[in-house]
Design a protein around this ligand. Structure first.
Ligand code: NAP
Length: 280
């Protein structure tokens, strides 16, 4: 690799959480970073933090709501401007929860529009450039919920399972062109995702699932309070960005590797029993 060439990265959902930390960490490692933010009023936190770290000139923001039809065109315009992209981090996303019967179809669609179709829109816009350059790494933010689904998190788990399937196919499609596709699969980390998800959680007291949903919410609140530091995830993303030949999956977080190992070796019925026993 030409070490004098400016390396570039584009990170979606850079207003806070993992996205902002990933932008800062990439810039510290010398990348020129474009952080996309859907609400322009939130860009100050990233730009100020970058300035504070002395990497202000290496971070720029672009307004982007990944659910919009023109999201692909916006990313294509960015690509035209910068010419090449070394790393794409598809990070934008949110967690929708509740029991299946209680969740309106609109919400299912919104969850997929953001976590799945938004990610595909952005990816499609950068693929021609990475393919032609014969290099690039696409890092898709999945979750432990993309490997093991928990009750009360159907929309989120379904969307992350979809991200896993899409990434598996895309990795094979792009390998002959020198483009790597990678999944990061975090457990629970302290970001805004919890507060946003809890605010939208469907727990209708008249629902037959009302009590269960309330108790589940309590569990989620507890998980949110005891979740790990998000810097861990930013660090692993940057490590992947710098790797010549990254692996496909990077599970990370407390208990995540053990859970995946147990899923691999235990009969499925045992796993179900263990999950249901933990459920309220
Ligand atoms: N935190 C965890 O425990 C955890 C665990 C596993 C996986 N993840 C995944 O990690 C990724 C980042 O989440 P986070 O924990 O950092 O949560 P976060 O703090 O809520 O950040 C999510 C980011 O995505 C943006 N976003 C949401 N919908 C969008 C849309 N339609 N268009 C563009 N941007 C949008 C948010 O923008 P706004 O600020 O405008 O809302 C925000 O910048 C998500 O894909 C999430 O599923 C998180």
């Amino acid at each position: 690799m030409d070490k004098t060439r400016r390396r570039t990265a584009l990170v979606t959902g850079a207003s806070g959480g993992f996205g902002r930390l990933i932008c800062l960490e990439l810039a510290r490692k010398g990348f020129y970073v474009i952080g996309t933010i859907r609400d322009e009023t939130k860009k100050g936190a990233l730009l100020e933090a970058a300035k504070h770290l002395g990497v202000g000139e290496r971070v720029e923001t672009v307004p982007l709501d990944v659910t919009r039809e023109d999201a692909g065109a916006i990313v294509a315009a960015v690509m035209k401007k910068i010419g090449t992209l070394d790393v794409l981090v598809n990070n934008a996303g949110y967690a929708s929860g509740g029991f299946t019967e209680d969740i309106p179809m609109d919400e299912w669609i919104k969850q997929f529009e953001t976590n799945v179709f938004g990610l595909i829109r952005v990816t499609k816009a950068v693929l021609p450039y990475m393919r032609e350059a014969g290099r690039g790494t696409i890092i898709n933010m999945s979750s432990i919920s993309g490997r093991i689904a928990f009750p009360g998190l159907g929309p989120y788990a379904a969307s992350k399972f979809a991200v896993e399937g899409f990434s598996e196919a895309l990795r094979l499609e792009m390998q002959p062109y020198g483009v790597h596709v990678v999944l990061v699969e975090p457990g629970s980390y302290k970001t805004e995702i919890w507060a946003k998800g809890l605010a939208a959680f469907r727990a209708d007291p008249d629902s037959p699932y009302g009590d269960k949903a309330e108790r589940l919410l309590e569990m989620v609140r507890h998980t949110a309070n005891t979740a790990g530091p998000p810097e861990e995830v930013a660090k692993i993303v940057v490590r992947i960005a710098l790797e010549e030949k990254p692996r496909f999956r990077y599970p990370i977080g407390r208990g995540v590797k053990t859970a995946l190992m147990l899923k691999r070796i235990l009969p499925w019925r045992w796993i179900e029993r263990a999950i249901l026993k933990r459920m309220p």
